[in-house]
Design a protein around this ligand. Structure first.
Ligand SMILES: Cc1ncc(COP(=O)(O)O)c(C=O)c1O
Length: 401
């Protein structure tokens, strides 16, 4: 591995560290198996003494390279980068489930919040219950309460959070949570999908594991599904990697290649997502038909100061409430002509989602409202187009409701 200190942008762009052959860009190793040089090498491999490749469910140079690149980005620090270990997966959910299962045993509990991604919640609340792992929901903004809970219940072994959250962009204090967790020997896992390591590096703030849906901003172009888990703890890495091999949720070399292509422009894209989001948020904030804008770059957001402290920017995600009800929001969505109406996020084009009728339609209305998701809330993943085209489209749609 090339250990020379590089800037964040250069790590994204250059495919250094490729094994052998001096390829300019990352090659796709489209092969299920690898050939042993001789029988001794084969025996070494099966004794765990060799780091060569044998079978692509175990390891393959293409996804392994991308895992190392993302791990390097998550551990990046201007002065002294952390030693980090990454595992690439076939989806964000494969990464999330494999990472959590590496930290927990039957009879233990995970503590989380009630505003995490729906399928992550399903994994914790349903799948893990069948393995006799308990779940506690809490307000992880209250550090005193967290400390009391960890003190009172020694079976809590994992803290699982997302920050910023979907779709209201609430933030949790990574450093404070990590400090308390360490005191009680509890593992900390955070979903960093919304920020990417360009905007937030939780491992440098003391978290044990970062997970991502690589499908979103990391890939950036909506061309493939992938996930990644990164940790500073080599023993945890071995367990996560073992889960990859055993459950088989691997990232194919082709999807890894697409992910790597996306990462090359991560810095440029994130800068533009963010600049556009700030402009759109300011436009929406002064619009008479908008009652609320959730964007971390606005001083009006309750977590603006915390985001300033622990992030390197405010990102490309925002949400806004239209003055009206469920039907008004549906009517607004029908008037959209330029932005893309879809439920994903993190691509180069601007994406709009009406949460109450799509991503959160299975959540009971009262529970949705308690989480700040009103019937007229629209989530926006701001793209990198000329922002005036996006503003014009939204302004036109608002003028028709
Ligand atoms: C915040 C977040 N985490 C995890 C996931 C799951 O990722 P994937 O769809 O790649 O499995 C998603 C998917 O939308 C997400 O939005």
């Amino acid at each position: 591995m090339n250990t020379k200190k590089r800037s964040f942008e250069s790590i994204c762009i250059k495919d250094e560290m490729i094994e052998n052959h001096h390829a300019h860009v990352l090659p796709i190793y489209a092969t299920s198996t690898f050939v042993y040089e001789d029988i001794e090498k084969a025996m070494d491999y099966f004794k765990g003494k060799s780091d060569t490749h044998a079978y692509s469910r175990m390891s393959n140079p293409t996804p392994d390279f991308v895992a190392k690149k993302i791990a390097r980005l998550e551990g990046f620090d201007e002065t002294k980068s952390l030693e980090t270990f990454g595992v690439l997966f076939g989806s964000g959910m494969a990464a999330i489930s494999s990472a959590i299962l590496a930290c927990i045993e039957a009879g233990q509990k995970v503590i989380t919040t009630n505003n995490i991604y729906g399928t992550s919640n399903q994994f914790l609340a349903s799948t893990l219950q069948t393995l006799s792992v308990g779940l506690v929901y809490s307000d992880l903004k209250d550090m005193q309460l967290l400390e009391q809970q960890l003190l009172a219940d020694k079976s809590i072994k994992v803290i699982y959070i997302e920050t910023p959250t979907n779709p209201t962009l609430e933030c949790y204090d990574l450093k404070s949570i990590a400090t308390i967790a360490k005191k009680y020997q509890v593992y900390t896992i955070v979903d960093n999908t919304f920020s990417t390591p360009y905007l937030q590096r939780p491992l440098t703030l003391g978290f044990d594991i970062v997970v991502h849906s690589g499908t979103k901003f990391l890939n950036g172009h909506g061309t493939g599904i992938s996930g990644v888990a990164v940790t500073t703890d080599e023993e945890l890495y071995k367990k996560i990697n073992q889960n990859k091999k055993v459950f088989g949720g691997i990232c194919s070399p082709f999807e890894a290649y697409l992910l790597n292509n996306g990462i090359r422009t991560l810095s440029l894209r994130m800068k533009q997502h963010q600049a556009n989001a700030q402009q759109l948020a300011e436009f929406l904030e002064q619009h008479p038909k908008i009652t609320k804008v959730n964007y971390l770059g606005l001083k009006s957001h309750a977590d603006h100061e915390l985001a300033k402290q622990q992030m390197f920017g405010f990102g490309g995600m925002l949400s806004f409430e239209i003055d009206g009800n469920f039907d008004t929001a549906i009517h607004f969505m029908k008037q959209i002509q330029f932005c893309t109406v879809t439920a994903t996020l993190g691509t180069t084009d601007t994406l709009l989602t009406h949460s109450a009728s799509t991503s959160h339609s299975n959540v009971p209305s009262e529970q949705r409202k308690a989480a700040g998701i009103s019937d007229s809330l629209i989530r926006c993943s701001v793209g990198i187009e000329a922002i005036q085209d996006v503003i014009d489209d939204i302004q036109n749609a608002l003028s028709k409701i």
